[in-house]
Design a protein around this ligand. Structure first.
Ligand code: UFG
Length: 325
């Protein structure tokens, strides 16, 4: 199978490329390396290019044949999306349209899209299933929801079949220790806490202690990046088997509080992790947990690393390798 992985040098994309390589796929990565890393592409060809560059896209599709396109490249910072929405509508929406248009032109009709729990907005019930109302509360979530809606229209009009996967909190690292999270700036909870353990940072600030949860800190559904990759692989099979557009929520269906994450990090690393209890971060809901039963039932997906302990162990193995402790 010939697979184009857009954003394949990034955190989740690079884990996907490794899995595709192991499955014997012919992989092409298209990435502008603005946040990705060339050395994270363990299989296939890396073509450095930008989705805004329609000529480069045209050339890519003229010179290579693809059975399926996977799209991981996007801007992901919620706060930044509020301050600079233009960047998010351009990178996440307009650039995705460039990609879809070149696919339609070259008759490539299978697409896997990295969506997000942020499309749901403030949870109206928990856990969140696929039917939950979509009322994103920031431009990041809106830009992803707009793509999902565009995909429905492209299916109806051009027969482009897609599977949208709504990630909850992607985390962890390749269990073999070859890949992991290398964001700059890093904003995600687990790598930040582990960087305190390696001495890269002095302390971790907990954003709010007055949420409507047992210990007062926010609850999230943390899902291992290798389990996410496996869900994508199963989604490709599903797309070829039924040729129907579908959407799935991906999480473990279990929530952990920020305090619990920090406690498990202390346990795994056996390091002192100084904690500062700070103010709430704007736009954080109390609880975000996925109902991922549809993915389990239809894709036959079963997370291999649902325990937060193993997620953090893998992330710690990576963090030690990168920051040498
Ligand atoms: N947190 C802290 N201190 C920090 C960083 C995070 O207390 O220094 C807290 C946050 O307030 C939140 C939890 O840790 O309660 C997890 O925060 P992350 O920033 O790691 O992840 P988010 O839940 O904010 O966001 C993730 C993705 C987004 C996506 C969202 C969808 O990073 O791209 O899930 O639910 F939109």
């Amino acid at each position: 199978m010939k697979v184009l992985v857009v954003g394949g040098a990034g955190y989740i994309g690079s884990h996907m490329v490794k899995l595709l390589g192991q499955q014997g796929c012919d992989v092409t990565v298209f990435d502008n390396l603005s946040f990705g890393h060339a050395d994270a592409v363990l299989f296939g060809d890396l073509i450095v290019g930008d989705l805004a560059d329609t000529e480069a896209l045209e050339q890519l599709f003229e010179t290579r044949i693809f059975d399926v396109v996977m799209h991981f490249a996007s801007s992901i910072l919620v706060g930044e999306s509020v301050a600079d929405p233009a960047k998010y509508y351009r990178n996440n929406f307009a650039n995705t349209q460039n990609l879809l248009d070149v696919m339609v032109k070259h008759d490539v009709k299978h697409f896997i899209f990295s969506s997000t729990a942020a499309i749901f907005g403030e949870p109206q019930y928990t856990p969140i299933d696929e039917q939950h109302p979509k009322q994103p509360i920031n431009p990041y979530g809106r830009s992803k929801w707009m793509v999902e809606q565009m995909l429905e229209d492209y299916d109806r009009a051009y027969g482009l079949k897609s599977i949208c996967l709504r990630y909850f909190n992607a985390c962890g690292a390749d269990p073999d220790g070859e890949l992991g999270e290398r964001h700059d700036p890093e904003t995600h909870l687990i790598p930040l806490v582990l960087q305190v353990a390696t001495g890269q940072r002095r302390d971790i600030t907990v954003f709010g202690q007055d949420y409507d949860t047992q210990d007062g800190t926010c609850i999230r559904d943390y899902i291992h990046v290798s389990d996410l990759s496996m869900a994508h692989w199963l989604a490709i099979q599903e797309l070829f088997r039924y040729n129907q557009s579908k959407r799935f929520n991906l999480g473990n269906g279990q929530g952990f509080s920020v305090q619990q994450v920090i406690d498990i990090c202390k346990d795994v690393t056996q390091k002192n992790i100084p904690v500062i209890y700070g103010a709430r971060r704007e736009g954080d809901p109390d609880v975000l947990v996925a109902d991922a039963r549809l993915a389990q039932n239809e894709l036959g997906w079963q997370p291999k690393y649902p325990a937060l302990q193993s997620i953090i162990e893998h992330a710690w193995q990576w963090e030690k390798k990168v920051h040498g402790k």
